[in-house]
Design a protein around this ligand. Sequence first.
Ligand code: MG
Length: 164
Amino acid sequence: MLSKKIEKALNKQINHEFHTTYNYLAISAWFASRNLPGFAHWMNIQSAEERTHALKFIGFVVDRGGRVELEAVGKPASDFRSAKDAIAAALKLEQATTALINALFALAVEEKDYATQSALKWFVDEQVEEEKSVGEVLGKLEMAGDSKGTLLMLDHQAAKRGKS
Ligand code: MG
């Protein structure tokens, strides 16, 4: 059984994962509207991943006999000054996710909930990967600076995500 505290925190995490998938979808649409289909594709995959995270948490709550309570998802930002700013917003979200997962883990330790700690381990590792991959894209966009040619080259590269 899940303690009420853990159940509440897991539901909060589910909402955050949906908040993230929704934000990434908005970022993807922004890229598409700026004629950067590669980045749009990249962010669309990123958005889909967040949905699988939400579903993973939902499954875990159900498996543990808890109650899933979906909340309203906030309106995402839909306008950005540049490709770099759009990806910087994504990195900020990943960092927020990491902080939430860490807080959830700390709560599971406090509550002596070993099953939740075990399930969260996957997410702890996943966040290392997420921050690395988004950070890498941001780093490249920072290197590109104002070079439109480099931006188009990076867009072309981003289009290949999940295709090799
Ligand atoms: Mg996630």
